[in-house]
Design a binder for this molecule. Structure first.
Ligand SMILES: [Cu+2]
Length: 118
């Protein structure tokens, strides 16, 4: 009885770290999703909670879509796309990454470019 209880407790204790080890997620971006900007940012920065490999970064606007270059190419916490060149209006940045646990994670960041007020 006592041995069984100890084994159960040990198994429960071991299961906690396993459940915490989930795939990564986006921690933040700069500009942040939902930003309304009047000036083009010089870079787009994406930060993950745990290191991941960014596999695709696509800019979708009313004019169509194109791939955005980024660095680094390997596994990292922070990825930077230089001169993102957002279009006037709504910009959707679709990202896709490979988490260290082997899962694909994806999402989008919305940035709106608005003309400065005269
Ligand atoms: Cu996962």
């Amino acid at each position: 009885m006592t041995r069984f209880s100890l084994a159960t407790i040990a198994a429960l204790a071991l299961s906690v770290p396993a459940s915490v080890q989930a795939h990564t997620a986006l921690r933040s971006s700069s500009p942040a999703s939902g930003s309304v900007l009047t000036q083009l940012p010089s870079t787009l920065t994406i930060t993950f909670l745990e290191s991941a490999s960014l596999t695709s970064l696509t800019l979708v606007t009313a004019a169509g879509e194109r791939q955005m270059p980024f660095t680094p190419t390997g596994s990292a916490l922070i990825f930077v796309s230089p001169k993102p060149g957002f279009a006037p209006g709504r910009n959707e940045i679709r990202w896709r990454a490979l988490s260290r646990d082997g899962h694909v994670v994806e999402g989008s960041i919305i940035v709106v470019m608005r003309a400065p007020r005269p």
